[in-house]
Design a binder for this molecule. Sequence first.
Ligand SMILES: Nc1ncnc2c1ncn2[C@@H]1O[C@H](COP(=O)(O)OP(=O)(O)OP(=O)(O)O)[C@@H](O)[C@H]1O
Ligand SMILES: [Mg+2]
Length: 260
Amino acid sequence: MIKIKELTKKFGDHLVLDKVEFSIQDREFLVILGSSGAGKSTLLRCLNGLVQPTSGQITLNGMLYNKKNIREIRRKVGFIFQQYQVIGNLSVLQNVLLGRLGTKSFWNIFFTKEERVRAEEAIEMVGLVDKIYTRVDQLSGGQKQRVGIARAVLQNPQVILADEPVASLDPVTSEEILSLLKRINEENGTTIVCNLHQLDYAKKYGERIVGLRYGRIQYDGAASDLGVSDVERIYGNHLSMQPNTGKTVKPSSTIQVLTT
Ligand SMILES: Nc1ncnc2c1ncn2[C@@H]1O[C@H](COP(=O)(O)OP(=O)(O)OP(=O)(O)O)[C@@H](O)[C@H]1O
Ligand SMILES: [Mg+2]
């Protein structure tokens, strides 16, 4: 469905993605793993057309990512952010309807009755029916993330890209949000590509894992096959020199616990 070929991104001299190459299958739940700075967000942003690759090629169902196609590609690719990207002084319903803005023209931003019904269905799916008219700034972090998910669902995309959707949430809420994404994947057949920092969630919810280190793929395979040596290749298990910045980085304690 999505084919990524020799995808390279440089910010100035800084090589962030280095000839990344893999395909994303229809209806797959793919998790991208990697240390901070590995290039995960940059990769997702390329897949949404928010970041322009330095070289390489991406296609969605054979359609090349370029200026001409980008509006159509964005309609088929939903995005969920770590920082919920909701508008606090609007209601849940209004925030979800914003997901349809991409289909409107400047002189017609009114929503149809059908759009409203579909927005209500999306809100029901994420479990926020009783908050439909509540201002979003009165919601918890987990509820705000549900609003973001409902907005992506209303767009009825083929793919939802989620950039660390549970980074600021407690463990119980995190699992609720990931279960919700899994349900959308299974019931709606939406392909999910999700950046995560938690290995245990990656193995529990992901079917497939792509592991990045310094913008290069270190692992691409079934989540159930990811072993300790793969994890070490993705994160490193010793003090190491980061080639891109020259900074010494120490692996986080979470990783050390999981690899021992
Ligand atoms: N717009 C930008 N301009 C310059 N450098 C950037 C830009 N966006 C990202 N980078 C750099 O690219 C590298 C990869 O960043 P990216 O956000 O993709 O990493 P990440 O894997 O998502 O990390 P994290 O887990 O911390 O979110 C970082 O060193 C970052 O500083
Ligand atoms: Mg990131």
